[in-house]
Write a protein that binds this ligand. Sequence first.
Ligand code: SF4
Length: 386
Amino acid sequence: MVTTGHATVEGIRPRECRAPDPMSPIAAEAVLDTDTIAPKLLRWYDRHRRILPWRAKPGETPDAYRVWLSEIMLQQTTVATVGAYFDRFVARFPTVEALANASLDDVLHAWQGLGYYARARNLHACARAVMAEHGGRFPGTVEGLRALPGIGAYTAAAIAAIAFDRKAAAVDGNVERVVARLFAVEAPLPAAKAELRHLTGTLVPDRRAGDFAQALMDLGAAVCTPRAPRCILCPIGDSCRGRGLGLAETLPRRRAKAARPTRRGIAFWAVRPDGSVLLRRRPEQGLLGGMVEVPSTEWQEKAISESAARKEAPVRASWVRLPGTVRHAFTHFNLELAVLAGETDAKTKTSAGDWVPLDRLSEQALPTVMKKVVNHALGVARRSRR
Ligand code: SF4
């Protein structure tokens, strides 16, 4: 018998206010036979699997480097976005050895646009650890993978299953959704995570664990979608308790999120007469660690006044506030940056950063928020020349 968030599966009853799916043959009292799920899902996967750049074709042996790389890229980023990046990245760093031998700057540069740059730094550190500690081969167990930089519980399980066919339950947001619906788990996330991981583990078959993990991912992406799940097409629909109870679309439940705070700051767009601009590198640790940025005041919820900001300017200049605001959404906060622009004289020296010619900006590891600042400053300058 399998337990769910509020009751055993056997004990679930449809609530009066919800209409059970009349097309679903599942009775509310029926026990979910977990042994039948994997065979049905694998049969479906053999016919409907997605073709993805990092995925081994049927009969091919998966390449752990590509599996690992794709799993890191797919953290916080959609399959559609990762596709083109993945091909470019692998063309530039075709093996874990090539990645380990590259400079961190090169890796950050190749990562531009994918965001969450801590991933790129960990990627580089992980490649070096695989070369130094494992002779260039990824360990094939969940425990061995988890000991590497940047590899958490989900990623370790996904790599172990997909690259090494280990019987491991890889549970990301898509899988949580499918499993919450399949077992009609009504306990809200994130509290229900441990239970959903346990329930997923009850489904993983002894053979083809990697295909099963990918089948669950594909089902979540194509059929058991967040809105309007396509239950009529679902290969496990006849076993699905969420569907039977008319709850599918309402699951998984989530605890209400706190509103995202807004932080504010003032960026300094300092330009020398030769057209070069002042950039600096952020500290290695923390948000956007190791990335290049336009200098700014600290980002904080209490807005700083322009006069106070001028005292923090990295160089002497007559600063002028540019019209408009640069906005960017991070996971945990929204950012609003005002921009002060100032021209310095040709001899201005500073230890606050490096002067970079405008035509070499594209070579810098600028995160998306800083590209917005650059585009904003250049856009204002262009408009004022017209
Ligand atoms: Fe259940 Fe429908 Fe999701 Fe299939 S698509 S697992 S039937 S909710």
